[in-house]
Ligand binder design. Structure first.
Ligand code: ZN
Length: 170
């Protein structure tokens, strides 16, 4: 097999026993997992080869930008990526990150928009006179349930990748 995926910045060549991604060569046995999202007409897709812990955080298009073992690609490369996934099916864990995101959204769990981690620190922005709490700290890997506190936006920080953002309450 030899499949070439033209990424937006670098390319990846998948052959029988190794992957060349940018200038790096990775033997198949070093790949613990493959994460991917297909591209469409308005957004690039990406593919991450999980070799180390850093790669585990490259779960989104944003998170894949600076990751050495990730490539981002136009939707025109989707078929090539499909062929690669088919080749590795049953040999290496393959994760469609879209499904993870969907699951997190459906369960109402707060997650990091960059790495999809649920290891989040959150602080309410507002002052809640009724309850008398200022900046109530919500800690840890607890899967904050958004439904429980509708009134205030939450200033959130990801404990895994350091991303900060404001979680809008719906
Ligand atoms: Zn994160």
């Amino acid at each position: 097999m030899e499949i070439l995926v033209k990424g937006t910045i670098k390319k990846a060549i998948f052959t029988q026993n190794k992957v060349k991604i940018g200038k790096k060569e990775i033997p198949h046995e070093d790949i613990k997992e493959i994460k991917y999202q297909f591209g469409d007409w308005k957004q690039n897709g990406f593919l991450t080869l999980v070799i180390n812990d850093k790669d585990r955080l490259a779960n989104t298009l944003e998170g894949s930008i600076w990751n050495k073992h990730s490539i981002r690609f136009w939707f025109t490369q989707n078929d090539k990526v499909k062929a690669i996934l088919k080749y590795f099916d049953g040999k290496i864990a393959i994760t469609d990150v879209k499904l993870i995101k969907q699951h997190l959204q459906e369960s109402g769990t707060m997650y990091c928009p960059r790495c999809l981690s649920t290891n989040i620190n959150g602080k309410h922005k507002g002052y809640n006179t009724a309850k008398g709490t200022v900046g109530m700290l919500l800690m840890g890997r607890i899967g904050l349930m958004l439904g429980a506190t509708k009134a205030y936006d939450i200033k959130a920080r990801c404990n895994d990748c350091g991303r900060k953002w404001t979680e809008k309450q719906r």
